[in-house]
Design a protein around this ligand. Structure first.
Ligand code: AHR
Length: 319
């Protein structure tokens, strides 16, 4: 039935217009995305956002999971170059060591978009734009919340810090932003600081070690993400202490798991870091392909959620 309609239309059309319909269909844009891994609730939501937005935008997505290893991300980028994809996007697990592969992409004339995490390179011609949060500001927000909370407390206030993946932009910047604020008052002291690699299991393990070494001296835990804080909460409870009361807990991301912990009174505050970068990424990819200019930096807008607002905000949370 459909076929007959098309043939009738073609018979009525002028000669020059008698091309098969498929000749007018545009080829979908091919995007190669090299993801960090699946280390946290945040990352799961980020992957889901990228996959669903690509589908919605009609973009052909090639996706790889590097299991938090830089060499796997480099391999994935090289394979996207070999496949001649239209655009490459990736969330760099660490800040350094990308020049060689990005020069290869540049020589192949494949534009690169950084999402979520930045790289540290003097050559900013290696990527078109960076879409993601201001991690230093997130660290500052965490610091400001603590300074306000402890106003009037003469101290000392002993802080333990669970850092993210060593060498990653969020670990470096969240530490820097937090320290920048708390250094204004010498009563704040970071007495232990170690990486928990952004995972629950590592967060728990390192917190156990902190508790063993410092015990009741610990007043505050600053975790660079919610997953490590959730792991640490388990360790604190197993040590017979009350998270959120005996030890104040500050973390970053604002995932549903953190909201549940806040509603249970076990986590005091979570600084928002949005993983929902998919829609922005797809629109930037389309603009690049259309030859439009895009801003060099696209910053995600974010908030902060103290435990007092958790129950009210929870129904609005998308990740
Ligand atoms: O780069 C963003 C960070 O990576 C998130 O804060 C963390 O949860 C994730 O693993």
């Amino acid at each position: 039935m459909k076929r007959r309609t098309v043939l009738v239309a073609m018979a009525a059309a002028p000669l020059g217009a008698m091309l098969p319909l498929s000749a007018f269909a545009q080829k979908p844009i091919v995007l190669g995305f090299a993801q960090v891994g699946a280390e946290s609730e945040w990352r799961t939501a980020n992957t889901e956002s990228i996959k669903s937005s690509a589908k919605e935008a009609g973009i052909d997505l090639k996706f790889s999971d590097a299991q938090q290893k830089q060499e796997n991300q480099i391999k994935a980028i090289r394979s996207y170059i070999a496949q001649k994809v239209d655009v490459i996007a990736f969330s760099p697990v660490v800040e350094t060591g990308w020049e060689t592969v990005l020069v290869e992409a540049k020589n192949a004339k494949i534009p690169v978009v950084l999402t979520d995490r930045a790289i540290s390179s003097k050559d900013d011609s290696l990527y078109v734009t960076f879409i993601g949060s201001d991690f230093t500001e997130e660290g500052r927000k965490a610091g400001r919340w603590l300074v306000e909370k402890e106003k009037g407390n003469p101290g000392p206030i002993n802080i333990v810090e669970l850092q993210g993946t060593v060498g990653s932009a969020p670990a470096i910047d969240r530490k820097k932003g937090f320290e920048e604020i708390i250094k204004s008052d010498p009563k704040f002291k970071i007495i232990r600081s170690q990486t928990g690699d952004f995972t629950r299991a590592k967060g728990k393990e390192v917190m156990e070690a902190f508790l063993k070494a410092e015990g009741k001296k610990i007043n505050v835990l600053y975790a660079h993400n919610d997953d490590m804080a959730i792991g640490a909460i388990q360790a604190i409870e197993e040590a017979g202490m009350k998270p959120g009361k005996d030890i104040i807990i500050i973390s970053v991301d604002g995932v549903k798991g953190a909201f549940e912990a806040m509603m249970a009174g076990k986590l005091n505050v979570s600084v928002e870091c949005s993983p929902l970068l998919g829609p922005q990424l797809m629109s930037v990819v389309k603009d690049i392909k259309a030859g439009k200019s895009v801003p060099k930096r696209i910053v995600t807008q974010e908030s902060i959620f103290p435990m007092e607002v958790a129950a009210k905000e929870f129904p609005n949370r998308k990740y």
